[in-house]
Design a protein around this ligand. Structure first.
Ligand code: NAP
Length: 247
């Protein structure tokens, strides 16, 4: 599915929420979903970056997106309820949810992990996707064909030294994906899967591997095939599975 080539109208008429939509993979996914007809809700913490993605979508003739500024680190359960209420008012349902926002934290032995940073990483990478999914479930159930995507990582599939809170948050998010898929398989049209993007040329990758030549890895735009496949109708019936964006 990495070389999936969808029709231009693949996501026509769908409302899709993308977290961390201002930069990296999230920005590329938002632009790509819009290019295939989706109305994208751009959620992120840096308004300037969200506006740049908004402008790019407008300029390319995609459906008018929406910006929803939100810092997942400080958001309360009520903030998620307010977001869901806004989506209900504006769209009446939600057809797609891409949990993409994450922070790296620090690479260090578990024994020495800064506790405040631990809590921040868990809040953004694990608690936020839970709270957001929970708040949006009634809207997702209101769609004929809803897709929820978690973003995983190789260090979430197999623990690796020094990856600390990031690796643990990704492993837990993977488990959350499986639980949700299992719970929603019967009697709902909501499917839940995860994508491991692999090494991609973004700010996060550069922070994790500062000595590396970034050009050896694909740009976010180059890995969108699997994102489109899993967001669109061709993946109906797929649920509870872990996908890779690169071989
Ligand atoms: N790049 C890779 O090689 C790689 C490999 C495996 C997995 N991943 C995963 O892929 C996803 C995207 O990563 P990326 O490489 O594109 O990283 P990135 O360029 O650092 O982008 C992360 C996005 O998340 C947003 N974000 C971070 N904290 C937030 C918060 N508290 N509230 C709202 N938004 C927040 C960022 O917003 P700001 O721009 O405003 O900071 C940014 O838009 C992540 O889940 C990451 O774990 C990436």
């Amino acid at each position: 599915m990495q070389d999936y080539s969808p029709p231009d109208d693949l996501l026509q008429g769908r409302a899709i929420l993308v977290t961390g939509a201002g930069d990296g993979i999230g920005a590329a996914a938002a632009r790509s979903f819009a290019r295939h007809g989706a109305t994208v809700i751009l959620l992120g913490r840096t308004i300037r970056k969200l506006e740049a993605v908004y402008d790019a979508i407008e300029q390319s003739g995609g459906p008018q997106p929406a910006i929803y500024p939100m810092n997942l680190e400080g958001a309360s359960p009520k903030d998620y309820q307010d977001l869901a209420a806004t989506l209900e008012r504006e769209f009446g349902r939600l057809d797609g949810l891409l949990h993409n926002a994450a922070i790296l934290g620090v690479l260090t032995p578990l024994e020495m992990y800064d506790l405040e940073l631990w809590a921040r990483v868990m809040q953004v990478n694990l608690n936020a996707p839970y709270l957001l999914t929970r708040a949006c479930l009634p809207l997702l159930k209101g769609s004929e064909d809803a897709s929820v995507l978690f973003t995983s990582s190789s260090v979430g599939h197999r623990g690796r030294a020094y990856w600390g809170a990031y690796g643990i948050s990704k492993a837990a998010a993977e488990n959350m994906m499986q639980i949700l898929a299992d719970e929603l398989e019967e009697n709902t049209s909501v499917r839940v899967n995860s994508i491991d993007p692999g090494a991609v040329r973004t700010r996060m990758r550069a922070k994790a591997y500062p000595g590396e030549d970034p050009n050896i890895h694909p740009a976010p735009e180059e890995i969108m095939g699997i994102y489109l496949y899993l967001m669109g109708p061709d993946s109906r019936g797929e649920t509870g599975r872990s996908f890779k964006a690169q071989q």
